[in-house]
Design a protein around this ligand. Structure first.
Ligand code: PLP
Length: 360
């Protein structure tokens, strides 16, 4: 069997050229006589890999010098705790609840201080982004937190909240490097790379230098202090070496594609093909308010659970895999991350058209 079109929400599709290159370098990385997996993280060769990855990421996102780039472990879920531990000086922060990942971050923050719900779209099953132009932000809040792209529900912040001068913290896990971002608008951006950028096990944290300090909540583990990783160029302990190496290759792949502007054009084109079809279909429909639709995660339903299941089954047999919606929402979800080629979406739509004709 050849490669399938993989619409998984994460871990997810990676560029084929990256996988091939990694395969070629598997036994002998550029004359080192060993795989990157076997290499000391203190070696000169590995130092080159991690430095180059960081430099390429800085170039891609145009990251200013007063921001640190950290490669850490523990899942995006560990950052739900690291963020308050490092930033909640006043023990109070505001959270916008736009889905399960935002909610989990909010609940985690409540272990460490007062997390305030600033707005929520729970009333309509998180199918939209609430108005964030005038949130009830108070002076004593340390930061405002958003999950910028909601992987499960398929919504995306098109405009960032008005944080009234407070630091903006964003979980960008499922939209990381999918389009240009103005890093200066954030105090901290983080992303688990397994959605759009690499294998599971690496999180990228981009954090403004003045937010990094020893002034963290009592009891914060050394490994969860941003300062630990910032002071040691992400080499305080053994980093997720191989994962960072693959991320570095994906950064280069995006640079070769033309950077984030080009990525955005590519992603908009793909998303439009699918959304246009959903808007014209009599069987399938999107579940998200149009203006808040994600370019990355596209949930849709037929309105009939049995038909949904039949669709997923037949799609899988035809080589379109991982289209089942998240276990908490049902229906279908096509995740069309950077590495999903346009043909993948075109062929999916052709398959959906055929399915619709057969199931009228
Ligand atoms: C997947 C995901 C997470 C959780 O990531 P883990 O690495 O599994 O902890 C958090 N936030 C968002 C937006 C996600 O998509």
């Amino acid at each position: 069997m050849g490669r399938v079109y993989n619409f998984s929400a994460g871990p997810a599709v990676l560029p084929e050229s990256v996988l091939k290159e990694a395969a070629e370098e598997m036994l002998d990385y550029r004359g080192s006589g060993m795989s990157v997996m076997e290499m000391s993280h203190r070696s000169k060769v590995y130092d080159g890999i991690i430095k180059e990855a960081e430099a390429d990421l800085r170039k891609l996102m145009n990251i200013p010098d007063n921001y640190k780039v950290l490669f850490v472990q523990g899942g995006a879920s560990l950052l739900f705790a690291s963020v308050p531990m490092n930033l909640m000086k006043n023990k109070k922060a505001g959270y916008v609840l736009t889905g399960q990942w935002a909610k989990k971050a909010y609940q985690e923050a409540r272990i460490y201080g007062e997390a305030v719900e600033l707005a929520s779209s729970a009333d309509e099953t998180f199918s939209y982004i609430p108005d964030c132009s005038d949130l009830p932000i108070t002076d004593d809040m340390d930061y405002v937190y958003i999950c910028e792209n909601n992987t499960i529900y398929g919504t995306k912040f098109r405009t960032l909240p008005n944080t009234k001068g407070k630091i903006l913290v964003a979980d960008q896990s499922s939209c990381f490097l999918s389009e240009p971002v103005d890093v200066t608008k954030y105090g901290l951006i983080y992303a688990g790379v397994q959605k759009n950028v690499g294998p599971a096990g690496v999180q990228v944290v981009i954090v403004r230098e003045d937010l990094i300090s020893d002034d963290v909540l009592p009891g914060t583990p050394t490994m969860m202090k941003f300062k630990t990783h910032a002071d040691n160029d992400s080499l305080y302990n053994t980093p997720p070496c191989y994962g960072i190496y693959i991320c570095g290759k994906v950064f280069k792949w995006i640079l070769d594609m033309g950077g984030l502007e080009a990525m955005k054009v590519h992603n908009e084109k793909k998303a439009r093909i699918l959304y246009d079809f959903l808007d014209s279909s009599e069987l399938f429909k999107g579940t998200v308010r149009k203006e808040d639709r994600s370019l990355m995660n596209v949930p849709f339903v037929t309105g009939n659970e049995e038909l949904d299941a039949k669709f997923v089954k037949e799609a899988t047999a035809a080589g379109f895999v991982n289209l089942k919606g998240h276990r908490t929402v049902g229906g279908m979800r096509a995740s069309i991350y950077n590495a999903m080629p346009i043909e993948g979406v075109e062929k999916l739509v052709a398959f959906m058209t055929k399915f619709e004709a057969e199931n009228k």
